[in-house]
Design a protein around this ligand. Structure first.
Ligand SMILES: *Cc1c(COP(=O)(O)O)cnc(C)c1O
Length: 239
């Protein structure tokens, strides 16, 4: 084994242990939680190793990096998630490789993604990114729709060709009433998910929790955790 492979295998095993322990503490089955490894800023060679180690879900937040990486890994049995703020001019590219877009936060994006999914003859599962720190604009600083905008946006996705409404996603807020209260934030997301499922029973995905707070997310009921640093290492610079 190469050094990098050993390192990734070791990190992955630790994250696996953490998820298993969190599931067990919450009385949940391990199968209820899907690990999505966020590979942003790391090379396609790492993605390849992760695939060999059994990872099936990977995520990226910038199309410029994701598109070539997905192309370089097209032979692997991976499902790509897009988790970053998405501009409409990148939608055609993203629709070419993403099975999941977790950052749907406005109507224009739904229209554009639907058009490109149909053109590419693909079905894209969409999660609405919820901003629990949304200000009066109804939007979060780092993207996301405020809780009061979920119903309308969900209806749009559910009615759009080429798209499937998967559920909700959030990033624990750094500001506002939920700052430093990850578990409370994730519990709020679960309540919003329960409300969403009253109208859209199949939209049962709840994506919450990252390297630092995956335990709180699993405790709150998350179905998907998005883990970068704890598997790949601390990212150089921003990202
Ligand atoms: C980078 C990123 C993650 C992973 O964060 P880590 O702290 O590295 O685990 C999860 N979700 C989103 C939306 C991200 O951009």
């Amino acid at each position: 084994m190469t050094d990098r492979r050993q390192q990734l295998a070791r990190n992955l095993a630790k994250v696996e242990d953490r998820i298993a322990a969190a599931c067990s503490a919450a009385g949940r089955d391990r199968e209820e939680v899907t690990l999505v490894v966020v590979t942003k800023t790391y090379p396609a060679s790492d993605v390849r190793i992760l695939s060999e180690l059994g990872v099936r879900h990977v995520a990226e937040n910038r199309d410029q990096d994701a598109a070539p990486k997905a192309a370089a890994c097209a032979d692997l049995p991976l499902m790509w998630h897009f988790v970053g703020q998405l501009q409409t001019n990148k939608v055609r590219s993203v629709a070419g490789y993403a099975r999941f877009v977790q950052s749907i936060d406005r109507a224009r994006l739904v229209t554009a993604l639907s058009r490109e999914a149909v053109r590419a003859e693909r079905e894209i599962t969409c999660l609405l990114q919820v901003a629990l720190d949304a200000g009066e604009s109804g939007r979060g600083e780092r993207g996301g729709v405020g809780p009061e905008g979920i119903g309308e946006l969900a209806g749009l996705v559910a009615g759009a060709d080429g798209l499937r409404l998967g559920g909700l996603m959030t990033v624990a807020p750094l500001t506002g009433p939920y700052a430093g209260r990850q578990q409370a934030a994730f519990e709020r997301l679960m309540d919003l998910s329960t409300a969403l499922r009253a109208d859209h029973p199949a939209a049962n995905m709840v994506s919450a929790g990252m390297s630092a707070d995956l335990e709180q997310a699993v405790a709150a009921g998350a179905t998907h955790v998005r883990v970068g640093t704890a598997v790949l290492g601390v990212r150089p610079g921003l990202g």
